[in-house]
Design a binder for this molecule. Sequence first.
Ligand code: NAG
Ligand code: NAG
Length: 390
Amino acid sequence: MISLRFIPFLLLLSFFGEAVGRPLYQLPSKIQDKHLEPLQSFRPYNIAHRGSNGEIPEETIAAYTRAIEEGADFIETDILATKDGALICFHDVTLDAITDIADHKEFASRKTTYEVQGVNVTGWFIVDFTLDELKTLTVKQRFAFRDSQYNGEFSIITFEEFISIALNANRIVGIYPEIKNPVLINQHVKWADGKRFEDKFVETLLKYGYKGEYKSKEWKAKPVFIVFRSNFLVYISKLTNSPKILLIDDVDIPTQDTNQTYAEITTDSYFAYIKDYVVGIGPWKDNIVLTKNNHLTVATDLVAKAHAHNLQVHPYTFRNENQFLHFDFHQDPYVEYDYWVNFIGVDGLFTDFTGSLHQYQEWADPSKPEKNLPNVLSKISAVISSYKHN
Ligand SMILES: *[C@@H]1O[C@H](CO)[C@@H](O)[C@H](O)[C@H]1NC(C)=O
Ligand SMILES: *[C@@H]1O[C@H](CO)[C@@H](O)[C@H](O)[C@H]1NC(C)=O
């Protein structure tokens, strides 16, 4: 089997281009015992949102490999389940938006309508396809303005393949999986052993050694943040002591199981309750700092409130393109990162462009004096003064 570490990215792309649908990794990793550079712990986490999906179609091997090359601390993914109970990495409950399903005539009759969180949704649903069937599809970019040259090159991957990418990295790279739509999945997918989606999810993590409290020795060896909405907070906490993050939807979306409002789940008393179960929250950045007409307006006290309860804040989603950058940032993603890291003071950032956040963090890193302008200036002045003295 191949080891990713020795294969340059472009070669990988061409290799995967011909190998769509085949598993590409030894499972589990054979290099677990070797000494690897640890996860950094001195600056906010660079969380590769669906891999480096600004560049490569989301949640594919190539998108995750690219994110690791570009400096991701964590690779993030969404977990759903197939008809035959396999856990896969995919964001939407339907295949329509980012796969070539519409070109597969053999699946035309599978299009259907299900109620998803109180809304009737029509499309080709993941839960109606087996893993083998899904492996015949390819993934494409979600946004038409992104580079389309890798559309149709890569297949959907399993949760285990995703874990394997992290475990095969040449340094410690964490994983950041979200349990997606558990209500829908448990309605449509049944496992032979009578277990639920959440059980299968945690079983997979434990199988690969993901366990231990935040910053424990076990955690540092295999860092993980488990993401969920308010669903099954207590249930999942009984299954694993791995750190968890509560993802917070937009202000007008109630939680899936408990039907709580945004206001209800961001109160002081709610934070006081959840801090026994989670290490942090993942809010949308525009709900932390409100906006109007593409300008920032009011910075709420959400971060201060969370920090007061010792909860980290990992906002989503940072994107380089103009249509996502508020006017205050002068169309410059580095200015946006500077604002969130140094002014708002968040603890991690979900980005579609891992490389940009990494570059920003490297340039702004005071421990890297060669990249520090005043230091360069003092070196220049030293050269000049030695010249004068001669
Ligand atoms: C969804 O469609 C079904 C069948 O037409 C209908 O009975 C149901 O009320 C609809 N649900 C919603 C939330 O609109
Ligand atoms: C959820 O809460 C809203 C507002 O309180 C209410 O109107 C709605 O009926 C509730 N939905 C469910 C499914 O309980």
